[in-house]
Design a protein around this ligand. Sequence first.
Ligand code: FES
Length: 105
Amino acid sequence: PTITFTAHDGECFTVDALDGTSVMQTAVDHGVPGILGDCGGGCSCATCHVFIPRDWMERLGPASSIERALLSGRDDLAPNSRLGCQIVLSPAHEGLNVLLPESQY
Ligand code: FES
């Protein structure tokens, strides 16, 4: 799917993502700044924090309890917070816009 990352300063990065790849890995593979993914997608670092537009939240389904627990440790937690490594892309995600936080720490 083609997805767009919007950085905190408004800069946009539109990339063609591979099906079966996570939002975090897609950002890292395409050199999108603002996502770190320090744990490599193991759901243990929370440096892949992203914000999801409200209309996409339901379509993505709920976060797991582990993901929610990790997110709860972030100061910039918002109702539309997700971990990018836990969103695995498919054709259904065509047009997804992911908003990046000001910092991953
Ligand atoms: Fe570490 Fe997502 S990459 S929690």
